[in-house]
Design a protein around this ligand. Structure first.
Ligand SMILES: [Fe+2]
Length: 506
């Protein structure tokens, strides 16, 4: 049986327990599971064969097919209102090698159904897979739903429960969102005892059957996080480094968008990788969606150095103390060196300025890609223009750049900025821009990490997901929580949002 071994985290968690936040209205913290946790049956099934949808446009969508063993597959699709299936060619899938299929010539603003037929070979019996749905680009004036999660950290035994994660993802899939975003720290390589191309790729393989629970019916968009270590600072000019391994595995196992007529984004290839597919923007209904990434564009490490775990990470590498090499390196960073880079900054400014969408949503792992808090950090460095003592250094530090990032948000009417990293739900507002921090989807402690780093806003503990329903005149943001069976606090339910608010076009 597939398992996630968790016992190695127990000691680290006990050491770190005093440093972690507490959830005041929740059950006592788990002290780290000492036994291996079984994967849910549907996740095991998706390890054998899975489909992940990606990069939907007005006329197309990509399906990434992955089978554990050699097989043949045929994709069939139809408009939801039609009877007849359109059958694609039979494809030969090699075991453990993902293959992408692009469905083209689709109608815009249209619901579709699809299914996949599998057979061992041309002579063998075929087996029809379950039907799933997707939607092409919505027209302005449409109502639609998208959902997102914060840091899932499936490598952290004390902070991750596979059944809880599956519950969150199943619930998201049941809502039939048009797409699903993950906000980073979903493929952490920092805790790998040995980092090779194969072990780094395993982190992406570990996530794939989980994310397929929702990704088979909602195209996925992945935001880069600090623990992915997919970053410019880790490049060494060779193909043998963690940044190349991580981004290569990410782009191989997940069908992410590259710039084209529908998506704008990063057009600069990186040696040994090609196009990064790390930042992009698209329009859907009345909303502009923008994903940004500091990690691939900063000349120095943005957050933790490779192999160093943060305080919520449940342990440190041997020989590293809280004040040891990792912490020391982190303390010496010049936070002005954290940057989107000139090209991404210019693209972001142009993307926001040229869009007339009624809602503008921006996503990143965190303000600046490091630190704790939301609006507490938004005035600083490249994001806000000031140093910690309140001196405005932006013009000197970023000569020729018209505004800090938050200033761009204000000027161009960004509705909401979504981030992860802090493992807690917090809604804040600054200058009319909502700063929404997303909770973890699978924390069995239902903890409220880093509550104390937020000095304002509406704060709720883990776990769950965020659902956003966009209509022409309002967007409703809901926090849907998840609990393991029998662990619902009295009076709360996974079906009723724990927190709701509305956003208006700016
Ligand atoms: Fe993070």
């Amino acid at each position: 049986m597939s398992t996630l071994s968790t016992c190695r985290w127990a000691v680290g968690l006990l050491l770190l327990a005093p440093l972690l936040g507490t959830a005041q209205d929740e059950k006592p913290r788990r002290q780290g599971a000492r036994t291996a946790l079984a994967l849910p049956a549907d996740v095991v099934e998706l390890e054998r064969f899975s489909v992940i949808l990606g990069r939907p446009t007005a006329h197309s969508i990509a399906l990434s097919l992955l089978s554990q063993s050699d097989t043949e597959a045929q994709v069939q699709h139809r408009p939801a209102h039609a009877q007849d299936w359109v059958s694609g060619p039979w494809l030969r899938l090699t075991g453990a090698v993902p293959q992408e299929v692009e469905l083209a010539d689709l109608a815009p603003n249209q619901a579709y159904r699809y299914r996949v037929l599998l057979r061992p070979n041309a002579q063998g019996p075929s087996r029809m897979g379950a039907e799933h749905s997707f939607h092409t680009q919505r027209a302005p004036g449409s109502r639609f739903v998208f959902e997102l999660q914060g840091d899932s950290h499936p490598e952290r035994g004390h902070q991750f429960h596979p059944e809880l994660y599956a519950q969150t993802l199943r619930a998201a899939a049941a809502d039939r969102p048009d797409f699903y975003l993950t906000l980073g720290d979903d493929f952490s390589v920092d805790t790998l005892p040995e980092r090779t191309a194969a072990t780094v790729a395993q982190r992406y393989q570990l996530q794939r059957p989980f994310l397929a629970l929702v990704g088979q019916t909602a195209p996925l968009f992945l935001v880069n996080g600090n623990h992915e270590q997919a970053s410019r600072a880790n490049l060494d000019g060779s193909p043998h480094n963690v940044a190349v391994w991580a981004q290569t595995a990410r782009n191989r196992l997940f069908p992410l968008p590259a710039p084209n007529a529908f998506y704008s984004g990063n057009t600069t290839p990186v040696e040994h990788i090609g196009l990064l597919r790390d930042y992009h923007a698209w329009t859907w209904g009345d909303a502009l969606f923008v994903i940004i990434d500091p990690y691939w564009h900063s000349p120095q490490t943005v957050d933790n150095p490779l192999g160093h775990r943060d305080k919520a990470g449940g342990g440190r590498p041997a020989g590293d103390s809280a004040e040891g090499p990792g912490a020391a390196l982190k303390g010496k960073r010049d936070l002005w060196a954290i940057t989107l880079g000139e090209a991404q900054y210019r693209w972001l400014a142009e993307t926001l300025a040229s869009s007339s969408a009624r809602f503008k949503f921006v996503f990143a792992h965190h303000v600046l890609g490091t630190g704790r808090g939301g609006v507490e950090m938004a005035g600083l460095y490249e994001w806000g223009g000031k140093d910690p003592r309140g001196r405005d250094e932006f013009a000197q530090r970023r000569p020729g750049w018209p505004l800090p990032i938050h200033g761009l948000f204000v000027k161009h009417g960004v509705t909401a900025f979504f981030q992860g990293h802090d493992h807690v739900f917090v809604r804040q507002e600054l200058d009319g821009v909502t700063y929404q921090t997303a909770p973890e989807p699978a924390d069995p402690n239902y903890a409220a990490y880093f509550f104390d780093r937020y000095r304002s806003g509406d704060r709720l503990p883990n776990s769950g997901r965020i659902r956003v329903t966009v209509e022409p005149d309002l967007a409703r943001v809901e926090y849907l929580r998840s609990w393991l069976p029998g662990e619902h606090p009295a009076g709360q339910s996974a079906q009723s949002p724990a927190f709701v608010y509305e956003l208006r076009p700016r």
